[in-house]
Design a protein around this ligand. Structure first.
Ligand SMILES: NC(=O)c1ccc[n+]([C@@H]2O[C@H](COP(=O)([O-])OP(=O)(O)OC[C@H]3O[C@@H](n4cnc5c(N)ncnc54)[C@H](OP(=O)(O)O)[C@@H]3O)[C@@H](O)[C@H]2O)c1
Length: 265
C-alpha cells in the first residue's frame, strides 16, 4: 500500500501516518516489525520513551531499506541547552544505531528564552552536520513559534502537538500551515478516552469504519500527519486502513462540534 506523504520545508516527504511508540517499552521491537510489515514507513520516538534501542533492533532485523523509513526522535527537557542537545542527538543515534534521523524535535519548550534559543542553535548545527535531515519543535504554542522569528536561521519543519476533534487548536494549526510548518497530531486517538463517543460512533457506522479510523482520517483530511500508538497487531493494521474512504463535509461539521479544548495527556 502506498501511503500519501506531506512535503516538509526541507523538500523531504513524510508519510502522513506514523507509529507512535510512547508507553511501549518491551513491546516496541515487535510492534515496529509488525508496523513495517503492514506498510508503515514512519516511526515516532523520543529519548524519554525508552524505545530507541528497540526501534534500532527492529530496523536492523527488517528488510525495508533505511532510506524508505522516516524516523523521528526528540531532545528531552533536561538535555536542552547547547552542549546537552549536541550530546543528546549522539546518544539517540547510538541507541537507534543510525547515522541520521529524518526529524529531530525539541520535545517541550524550555521555560527560559535563553535556553530555547541555545537549544535551537544546537538543532541548527545538528541539521547542518547531517545528523538530522530536518529539525522542528513539539508542544510549541503560537507565541513561541513567533518568538523563533527573532533567533532562528532555519525555521522549524514541524510542530508536533496534541490535536484531535476534542482539541482542534485551529489558530495554531492554521498558523503552522500558513508558515510552511507541518503539523503532526499526537494522541490522535485521545488515548482511547473518547473512542466511544456517540458522534464518532455514528460517523464510523455511516462510513463502515471504526472510531479509531474516523479520528485518524479526520487528522489526515485536515492536512496533518497522525502518529497513533498501537502495540496490538490488530490495532496497528486497523489504523493504517484509512486511505480507502473520505469523511464527508457533514461528517467533518459534526466532528467540529466536539471541539472543547480538551487535553488527554
Ligand atoms: N510530543 C509529545 O509531547 C507527545 C506527547 C504524547 C504523545 N506523543 C506521540 O504520539 C503518539 C500517540 O499518542 P498517545 O500514545 O498519547 O495516544 P493515542 O495514539 O491517542 O492512543 C494510544 C492508545 O490507543 C489504543 N489504540 C490504538 N489503536 C487502536 C484502535 N484501532 N482501536 C482501539 N484502540 C486503539 C492503543 O492500544 P494498544 O497499544 O493496546 O494497541 C493505546 O492504548 C505517542 O505514542 C508518541 O509517539 C508525543
Amino acid at each position: 500500500m502506498e501511503i500519501p506523504t506531506i512535503e516538509l520545508n526541507t523538500g523531504a516527504e513524510v508519510p502522513v501516518i506514523g507509529l507512535g511508540t510512547w508507553d511501549m517499552e518491551g513491546e516496541a521491537e515487535a510492534s515496529v516489525l509488525e508496523a513495517l510489515q503492514a506498510g508503515y514507513r514512519h516511526l515516532d520516538t523520543a529519548k524519554i520513551y525508552g524505545t530507541e534501542k528497540e526501534i534500532g533492533r527492529a530496523l536492523r532485523k527488517s528488510d525495508v531499506p533505511r532510506e524508505e523509513i522516516f524516523v523521528t526522535t526528540k531532545v528531552w527537557n533536561t538535555d536542552q541547552g547547547e552542549e546537552g542537545t549536541l550530546a543528546a542527538i549522539d546518544a539517540s543515534l547510538s541507541k537507534l544505531d543510525l547515522d541520521y534521523v529524518d526529524l529531530y524535535l525539541i520535545h517541550w519548550p524550555h521555560h527560559s528564552e535563553r535556553i530555547r534559543e541555545e537549544t535551537w542553535k544546537a538543532m541548527e548545527a545538528i541539521y547542518n552536520d547531517g545528523k538530522a535531515k530536518a529539525i522542528g519543535v513539539s508542544n510549541y504554542e503560537l507565541h513561541l513559534l513567533r518568538e523563533m522569528d527573532s533567533y532562528a536561521e532555519i525555521m522549524p519543519a514541524m510542530n508536533q502537538i496534541e490535536v484531535h476533534p476534542f482539541w482542534y487548536r485551529k489558530d495554531l494549526v492554521d498558523y503552522c500551515h500558513a508558515h510552511d510548518i507541518a503539523v503532526t497530531n499526537y494522541s490522535p486517538l485521545t488515548r482511547r478516552e473518547h473512542l466511544e463517543d456517540p458522534v464518532i460512533a455514528n460517523i464510523a457506522k455511516r462510513n463502515g469504519k471504526s472510531p479509531a479510523q474516523v479520528l485518524l482520517r479526520w487528522g489526515v483530511q485536515l492536512g496533518n500527519i497522525v502518529i497513533p500508538k498501537a502495540a496490538k497487531p490488530a490495532h496497528i493494521r486497523e489504523n493504517i486502513e484509512i486511505f480507502d474512504f473520505e469523511l464527508t463535509k457533514k461528517d467533518i461539521e459534526e466532528l467540529a462540534e466536539l471541539d472543547q479544548n480538551l487535553s488527554v495527556i
